[in-house]
Structures are given as structure tokens and as C-alpha cells.
Design a protein around this ligand. Structure first.
Ligand code: GAR
Length: 193
């Protein structure tokens, strides 16, 4: 059994879709959900999905390696960031080389980097007046949104779109693709190991 841990900071709708995607699988499962935010709605989703959760704070995350101990104690093989808003520290990247993926709600390298998360991204897309946006799934390194790109998918931005309608289109793409891409990446990494 391959065990996935999901890191999420807020609503966790992607975390839920990913967990549900693997519910029928006998090879891969989401077995832990971690958050930096004790009031994140993802914790309620985790409880409903019957998945254990773990909350950590800034001090623990950046000044100790306790989170890696939690992952190892839970036999986690693969880490998925789904709406996780903190920079991943180097020790965590080193503990899971090429085994941490993130989804970004725009077409990187555009609209990425520090401060570019969630609705900030959709506001910036609207303000820039670009004709398309989308999603980027990428490996995680110690820099915001800079790891190698695995997958991108686009959607149109029309004049009447608001940041909110853009967010809805992007979320739809996320739900459609992220669980499948995670599965492909895991199966590929198994073949190569
Ligand atoms: C998603 O759109 C995800 O791409 C984005 O946060 C949202 C979380 O929604 N992530 C980032 O902006 C990371 N830089 P969710 O909590 O409902 O899954």
C-alpha cells in the first residue's frame, strides 16, 4: 500500500477529491491530512472521510523536523500539497525527493511566487487582462512555485469573468486532473524505483 499525506491550509476541497479518488484503490490511499491552520475546514473534511489529521505550527515546521517524524511514523510514501500556503522547508524536500507535488491555480511561471496563492492569483489574472489561465501541477523544491512542471491545463478568461468565476473554472480543472496526475506520478515513480 502506498500512503499519501496531504498538506492543506484552508477549505480542502482538492484534498477531499483526492481522498475520494483513491477510496476504491487497493494500492494507494490518503492516510493522513496535515495542516498549519487549526480552524481550517479541511479538518472537518478529514473527520468525515475518516482520515487522521495532524496540526503543526510555524515553530515546529521551520525550527524542527518533527513533521518528517510524523510522516515517517505514518509510513507516508508520497506528499501532496493541495492549497497549502506555506513554503516547504529544505529538510522536508530532502526527506521526500521528487515525492512532493503541488498544484498552483495558474499557468506557471506566470502568476506564481511569494504571495501568489488562492484568490490573489485570480485577482491578478483578472487585472492583467490575460485571455487564458489554468492549473499547473509541479514537483516541489525550496522555492515557491519553481519545481519542475508535470502537467498544465488551460481555460479561457472572457471579459465578463470575475476573479470568482475564474476561481470556479480553475477549481473545476483541479478536480478533473489533480487526482489522476497524482496517480500517474506515483505509478511512474514505483516503476523507476
Ligand atoms: C486551490 O485552487 C489551489 O490551487 C490553491 O489554493 C486553492 C485551495 O483550494 N493553491 C495555491 O494557491 C498554492 N499556491 P481548496 O482548499 O478548496 O483545495
Amino acid at each position: 500500500m502506498i500512503n499519501i499525506a496531504i498538506f492543506a491550509s484552508g477549505s480542502g476541497s482538492n484534498a477531499q477529491k483526492i481522498a475520494e479518488h483513491f477510496q476504491g484503490s487497493s494500492d494507494i490511499r490518503v492516510s493522513l491530512i496535515l495542516t498549519n491552520n487549526p480552524t481550517a475546514f479541511v479538518l472537518e473534511r478529514a473527520e468525515k472521510l475518516d482520515i487522521p489529521s495532524h496540526i503543526f505550527n510555524r515553530e515546529t515546521f521551520y525550527k524542527s523536523t518533527d513533521v518528517v517524524d510524523v510522516l515517517k511514523n505514518n509510513n507516508i510514501d508520497f506528499v501532496v500539497l493541495a492549497g497549502f500556503m506555506w513554503l516547504v522547508p529544505g529538510y522536508l524536500v530532502e526527506a521526500y525527493p521528487n515525492k512532493i507535488v503541488n498544484i498552483h491555480p495558474a499557468l506557471l511561471p506566470k502568476f506564481g511566487g511569494k504571495g501568489m496563492y488562492g484568490d490573489h492569483v485570480h485577482n491578478a489574472v483578472k487585472q492583467a487582462g490575460v485571455k487564458e489561465t489554468g492549473i499547473t501541477i509541479h514537483y516541489v523544491n525550496e522555492h515557491y512555485d519553481e519545481g519542475n512542471i508535470i502537467f498544465q491545463s488551460k481555460c479561457e478568461v472572457v471579459e465578463n469573468d470575475t476573479p470568482q468565476t475564474i476561481a470556479e473554472k480553475v477549481h473545476a480543472l483541479e478536480y478533473q486532473h489533480y487526482p489522476n496526475v497524482i496517480e500517474e506520478v506515483i505509478l511512474k515513480s514505483l516503476k523507476n524505483s
